[in-house]
Write a protein that binds this ligand. Structure first.
Ligand SMILES: [Zn+2]
Length: 209
């Protein structure tokens, strides 16, 4: 069962993908993290990606599609695609190339999304994620795991958040409309707690516990 997770930044879809991966053995493919990994490794692909994402822009479709195509070839069991597709061209690629059971849309208003994102922090050493609203470090600015400094990620600063949200409306919202034409779209209320979102998701996917 391949699933596509869609939603505005801060909707918690990444966490929900992790929960499904843990409980049901799906493979969570978080495109944003995968791309950041490549940037860190300083390969030609990573350097190309960096020129786009450092300013909050999107990597061109043809580059992303080639990257994901390879991932699909390697994949055996169910995949949760998270952070993809971001354009209609990518959505059409999904319809053509991958048997997707459901498109799951985590619905959330802009203000709640902004508040959640502005509260995100990350350990500069071990990359453990925190959120000042729901999961703050025990000692302010100090990582619980390694004692490293807890910082705000470059693309979680206010101007970058604003850009990402406006990109979402411009590019991603039409994709949800595109998927609405089929009968595969499931909408989840992402303003709930992570536990309630997970419960609604499992119910609507008809997964057994
Ligand atoms: Zn740490």
């Amino acid at each position: 069962m391949n699933l596509v997770f869609m939603g505005i930044q801060g909707s918690g879809k990444g966490l929900q993908a992790e929960l499904l991966a843990k409980r049901y053995g799906f493979e969570h493919f978080d495109l944003g993290s995968e791309l950041r990994e490549r940037v860190k490794k300083d390969t030609p692909f990573g350097r190309m990606v960096e020129t786009y994402i450092k300013d909050g822009n999107l990597v061109p479709d043809e580059e992303i599609i080639a990257f994901i195509n390879k991932k699909i070839d390697d994949n055996i069991k169910g995949l949760v695609l998270d952070g993809f597709p971001r354009t209609i061209a990518q959505a059409k690629f999904i319809v053509d190339k991958i048997p997707v059971k459901h498109i799951v849309y985590f619905s959330l208003d802009d203000q709640t999304a902004t508040n959640r994102l502005a509260s995100r922090r990350i350990c500069s050493q071990c990359k453990t994620g925190y959120n000042l609203l729901v999961k703050p470090p025990k000692v302010p600015n100090v990582c619980d795991v390694c004692g490293g400094k807890v910082v705000i990620r470059h693309d979680d600063h206010a101007p970058a958040i604003k850009r990402r949200i406006s990109k979402f409306h411009e590019l991603t919202e039409p994709i949800i409309d595109f998927f609405k034409e089929g009968d595969k779209l499931i909408t989840i209320n992402a303003a709930q707690s992570p536990e309630m979102i997970h419960k609604e998701l499992v119910g609507k996917l008809k997964l057994t516990s």
